[in-house]
Write a protein that binds this ligand. Sequence first.
Ligand code: E4P
Length: 217
Amino acid sequence: MKFFVDTADTAEIRDLEATGLLDGVTTNPSLIAKSGRDFKEVIAEICQITKGDVSAEVAATDFDGMMKEAAELVKIADNVVIKLPLTLDGLKACKALTSQGHKTNVTLCFSANQALLAAKAGATYISPFIGRLDDINMDGMELIAEIRTIYDNYDFKTEILAASIRTPNHVKECALVGADVATIPPSTLKALVKHPLTDKGLETFLADWAKTGQKIV
Ligand code: E4P
């Protein structure tokens, strides 16, 4: 499973990129607003930090507007992926951009039928939002599993990019049901490594090592 980080905070992206565990980055208009920076400038900086796919979302809601914005965004770097909303115009733009050879990420997916449409439109990625479904008492993980079955039934190449991940457990469940990618907030991504028994075990090993009075180098 690939790990993307879901943020527009370039300091966080730099830190995570240095671990060698990062496969890409997703952003959205809310994350760009939170960064307080110029959209195209942030995307350009992120694309310099990572060679992985970087999702940049259009703000237009009509086909022509989306195509115009996408044409600008793809100029920024080769690893820009155009993020489009799951609307009829978004799907139409997805089909057109795919035929032009660009990568796409169809976002705001909340149903299996929406994911089926995105695959038919040739999306590179489909982004089902787990946390937002859980928030309204639905089962986000069930959606990931349904999409996995549908895509496997028809051998669709669209990758399932599990989004709106809120907990380490979401990441584990995504891996169990076969999501291709998880886009994870930085704090949740860092939390994956933590286990109290690892901390306790390391503390004991270090204390015992100190008693030996030895040095490795
Ligand atoms: C995905 O691409 C979105 O940016 C993101 O995962 C949304 O997460 P949220 O529901 O926590 O805002």
